[in-house]
Design a binder for this molecule. Structure first.
Ligand code: 13P
Ligand code: SF4
Length: 299
């Protein structure tokens, strides 16, 4: 039996669905039931009628699915796949930051641990951070952990945002020089970047979007596009838009944690029912409040 057939058979036996982030390897995206950005995947995790969710992404994504779905078994094929940005703030650091700004609401980017979500008023993703911040009653907002998404969001709100100093190592390394070089190499192409990029990179781009936002942008134009995000995105863009040109802004924009899943790890996960993601119930309930509040605001 081929590996793909094994996965399909096990999926049926377990009544499972496979959710994959847009940065996963092409072959993993191709066997998934649903591929999307963080918000789309969170929504899908709530909607799907399945006993088991195999989450092909990094740990905070599987954790969010487990927080939202206590009755489903959430499997992360490689639980060691973390998000370095999510680890850039601890609950104690957030508690102290809250003391510095006692009147501020706390917004946490979903790229955060369950314990940070539990300490926050509401979560957001890169596709709804502006709507989430503007939905708050408070005029001051603590925004953790990503400084770049916080600063990007600040451009679209009159509220005062206090950013934490975290960053995504994969996106933060893209420089203005990389954008200018890519533009010179592909004259006439539009440039789209992720809001986890530095301010000067976003300013040189035609737009900043979540990964699903990038797909929407590509559907609305026939132009060539330079893509300033993790390289896995190119697979999805090319698959949806055959014959079109999508150029990575640079070949080094790789998130190693997003690349640890393979067809083998997905098969093993379904076969051995590993690794089940569990969040302690007291933290889960508080973190769920922040996620639910985000899902009410929407995209
Ligand atoms: P999206 O929600 O835009 O898919 O981004 C997730 C992420 O981890 C970006 O680095
Ligand atoms: Fe985290 Fe960056 Fe990887 Fe996204 S690309 S999972 S923010 S390290």
């Amino acid at each position: 039996m081929s590996l793909i057939d094994e996965i399909l058979t096990l999926k049926k036996e377990r009544n499972a669905v496979i959710l994959a982030h847009n940065y996963q390897r092409g072959e993993v995206q191709d066997i998934a039931d649903y591929t999307g950005d963080s918000l789309g995947l969170s929504k899908k995790a709530v909607e799907v009628d399945a006993d088991v969710i195999v989450f092909c992404g990094v740990d905070f994504m599987g954790e969010s699915a487990a927080i939202l779905n206590p009755d489903k078994t959430v499997l992360l094929p490689r639980p060691e796949a973390g998000c370095p940005m999510a680890d850039m703030i601890t609950p104690l650091e957030l508690q102290l930051f809250k003391k510095e700004h006692p009147d501020a609401a706390v917004v946490c980017y979903v790229n955060s641990s369950a314990a940070i979500k539990a300490e926050s008023d509401v979560c957001c993703t890169s596709s709804n951070s502006i709507q989430v911040v503007n939905s708050l009653e408070e005029d001051e907002v603590i925004f953790v952990p990503d400084q770049n998404l916080a600063n990007y969001t600040q451009r679209f709100t009159s509220k005062k945002i206090y950013p934490w100093h975290g960053f995504c190592p994969t996106h933060h390394q893209i420089t203005a020089g990389d954008v200018l070089e890519a533009k010179a190499k592909h004259p006439g192409a539009d440039v789209i970047v992720h809001p986890e990029c530095r301010k000067e990179v976003i300013e040189l781009a035609d737009g900043a979007f979540s990964t699903d936002g990038m797909l929407k942008y590509a559907r609305a134009t026939s132009k060539d596009i330079i893509v300033g995000t993790e390289i896995g995105m190119i697979h999805r863009l090319k698959k949806e838009n055959p014959g079109r040109n999508f150029y990575p802004i640079s070949d080094f924009v790789v998130c190693p944690n997003m690349k640890v899943n393979t067809l083998e790890t997905v098969r093993d996960s379904l076969r051995d029912m590993k690794t089940v993601i569990k969040v302690p119930e007291d933290i889960r309930i508080k973190a769920k409040r922040a996620l639910d509040r985000m899902l009410e605001v929407g995209r």
